[in-house]
Write a protein that binds this ligand. Sequence first.
Ligand code: UD1
Length: 448
Amino acid sequence: MDVFVIEGGRRLAGRLRVNGSKNAALPLMAAALMSDQPVVLRDVPDLADIRNMLRLLAELGCHKTNEGGARDVMCLHATERSNSHARYDIVRTMRAGICVLGPLLARRGYCRVSMPGGCAIGDRPIDLHLRGMRALGAEVSMESGDIIVKAPPGGLKGATIFLGGTFGSTVLGTANVMCAAAVAQGKTIIESAACEPEVTDLASLLTKMGAKISGAGSPRIIVEGVAQLGGADHTVIPDRIEAGTFMMAAGITNGDLILENCPTDALLSTIDRLNAVGVEIEPIEILRPAGFTADPLRQVVRVTCGRVIKPVEVTTQPHPGFPTDLQAQLMALLTLADGNSVITERIFPERFLHVAELLRMGAKIFRQGPTVIVSGVRQLTGAPVMASDLRASACLVLAGLAAEGTTLVNRVYHLDRGYERMEHRLADVGARITRISEKDAGVAEASG
Ligand code: UD1
């Protein structure tokens, strides 16, 4: 297991490109199961979760066929249909394995998917996914920890489905129901659908494949079922969580970063909170050929931050509210604010494993249930810390960039699930960060 060694206190300055979105790419890849024609995806990040999804798709008869092509382009072709079992061994490494459920049911009328189980950020049930499948007429049963879903003899039938739960809607549940409804007979209305940009991106791929979908990005999605889907060529949207993480990295190091391929339009609540903190995000005008329309999901922005970080209140919410996937990173920034901030987590109320690690670095944080008060301190101090989930790892890296002295972030395999070559990209803009093995880290700590 690898460890990041970070010498803190260096101001970040320079240019970074935001990669294609992991959370958009995973359901897009699964959608390739729905056609016997190739689906080409562009700007796919090279991440552990993506490689695990490729492994899962290959087991299900959908292979990546463009060996030797551009690194970030993926051509997926579902050529066999004999295996429709997403096994525990793979699904447990990547909870997003659940997003093969809708596509498999749509194309094959049957699927068996290992029940994903909980993870570091909470229970993560899938009752809403299954409610959607049942509403389309599917029969759902459980066997040996697997969920078995079968379409009725005449095929799936469109229906009106309410997908809201205690914590709002469900992103991957909406993706699954939208996929299944795309080839169901008749019209489906998904009410209380997730509005996340990743759902909109999936709807645009499915539309290119021949589906008839309207309203994606709003809480009511309407799908008119079609008989079958074809191939498509699609570029994944940029990763709003990676962009937000880099914005906060600029903020916590008092830096000056230019972000290319920045999905500003998908980050309005984040930008609102960062502006309140004192982080400025300005679009940079670039010369464009006549007739070229600027894409609000692919902007160039400059991110700067003054010396004083102001305290804020923030509550995580479904999109377009502040994303739970940036809560931990914002907390790192607010540990250095000039006053008390309040963070309330409304999506995953237990998602606070980073709190104890930030305390080890000198932060002052008080938690009560889903609410945390962050009392700003003048300085964090470097320490060995343990990453426990993907975004918590990013939070600890940010804290390490600002801390005095050396921070060792253990178990960076969590971070590798969602950020490609993070240490190289941060080093390119001035961070002092290296990756070493756990064995070497033990030596570094003992002699440090
Ligand atoms: C996706 C993202 C994840 C993000 C989350 C919320 C991917 C691969 N992952 O996860 O990074 O943190 O959205 O923005 O895209 N819930 C139920 N029943 C269900 C499903 C969900 O009660 O059937 C609850 C969850 O416990 C949670 C809330 O609904 O409290 C939102 O979860 P959901 O949107 O489903 O998260 P994912 O789609 O799994």
